[in-house]
Design a protein around this ligand. Structure first.
Ligand code: AMP
Ligand code: TRP
Length: 339
């Protein structure tokens, strides 16, 4: 029995992934590589749906890849690669775009949110077709399951609809992917605004703990995290969103249940709790930061690993794309004589 295939992607649009990305998604990617045939992609084509500085995009792509390796993804076990290294993503996106209704794409809520932020007239056509490219990512690899957060559910539905529609129109071509909505850890919230999601696009730097933060920065941010009026270390999302978020982070990183933590800190002050939490976070992220730094210090080796990943991904992508071309009715290109 071959292992079920998973595919997931993450954008290289920050100088570091943050604790929300790690606990909400990336840590599960690592767990899944043991039981699944995993493909993990740094989605730089998606990144340019919003304006990016070219040099920074290149740097952030390496930083993203280095962090994936640093958290424990094994390039010999999982296929780790950069989206633009496999041109079939863009090619299949075109074909799928021609199967997608304009109205259907117009209903995507993430597009509405993102385009509203910059003013709807400023949004690119690429931002509009972002979910179609995401469907291409997934369908190219005959993916069984897609581990993503709840916010990606609608995009997953579109990927499924497109697979079913294409198979119906042209004959069985794509595996219909299932969403694998990541549970376990709930949403991590902003340290400064504990009712809002920790987010690279909306949180202030003090509200975010980055995977690559130095221990002192972590201590400072945890110490200054907004807590709730009153005292008591208890879980209560409505009345104590700040402490609840810190308890969840503590529990997720230490493996101690929230019940055990509230027992241990019964009667303790916020200060003690935060000081000990800061050490837990620093101890968990320290080795990740150090590994990422080491990986980034040898760009040639990192690029070699990414080329290896792209090679493995390409082998699958080419096969799917050859079938798609045949199904759609594209004339096979005759072999071109070498120049
Ligand atoms: P994004 O930064 O929105 O591109 O998200 C990348 C991945 O991290 C997605 O799978 C999200 O669901 C997950 N993620 C982002 N922010 C959080 C958060 N604050 N808590 C939990 N998961 C998150
Ligand atoms: N849109 C996803 C996000 O914002 C990233 C992504 C791109 C993705 N392509 C994908 C996730 C394919 C899963 C599968 O998190």
């Amino acid at each position: 029995m071959s292992r079920p295939r998973v595919f997931s992607g993450i954008q290289p649009t920050a100088d570091s992934f943050h604790l929300g990305n790690y606990l909400g998604a990336l840590r599960q990617w690592v767990a899944l590589q043991e039981s699944h045939d995993a493909f993990y992609c740094v989605v730089d084509l998606h990144a340019i749906t919003l304006p990016q500085d070219p040099a920074l995009l290149r740097q952030r792509t390496r930083i993203a890849a280095a962090q994936l390796l640093a958290i424990g993804l094994d390039p010999d076990v999982s296929t780790i690669f950069v989206q633009s290294h496999v041109p079939e993503h863009a090619e299949l996106a075109w074909v799928l775009g021609c199967q997608t209704g304009f109205g259907e794409a117009s209903r995507m809520t993430q597009f509405k949110d993102k385009s509203a932020k910059g003013g709807a007239q400023q949004a690119s056509v690429g931002l509009f077709t972002y979910p179609v490219l995401q469907a291409a990512d997934i369908l190219l690899y005959q993916t069984d399951q897609v581990p993503v957060g709840e916010d990606q559910r609608q995009h997953l539905e579109l990927s499924r609809d497109l697979a079913i529609r294409f198979n119906h129109r042209y004959g069985q071509t794509f595996t219909v992917p299932a969403a694998y909505i990541l549970g376990g850890v709930e949403k991590i919230t902003d340290l400064q605004e504990p009712t809002a999601k920790m987010s690279k696009s909306t949180s202030s730097p003090q509200g975010i703990i980055d995977l690559l933060d130095e221990p002192d920065a972590i201590r400072r941010k945890v110490a200054r995290a907004v807590t709730d009026t009153g005292s008591g270390i208890t879980e209560d999302e409505a009345a104590k969103p700040g402490i609840t978020n810190l308890l969840r982070i503590y529990s997720a990183l230490s493996g101690t249940s929230i019940g055990d933590l509230t027992g241990r800190y019964a009667g303790a002050g916020y200060g003690t709790f935060k000081r000990e939490l800061a050490e837990v976070v620093a101890a968990a992220l320290g080795p990740i930061r150090e590994r990422a730094e080491k990986i980034l210090a040898d760009e040639a080796e990192l690029d070699r690993l990414l080329a290896q990943g792209a090679g493995r991904a390409s082998a699958v992508a080419r096969q799917t794309m050859a079938e798609v071309r045949e199904r759609v009715g594209f004339l096979p290109a005759a072999a071109v004589a070498p120049r």
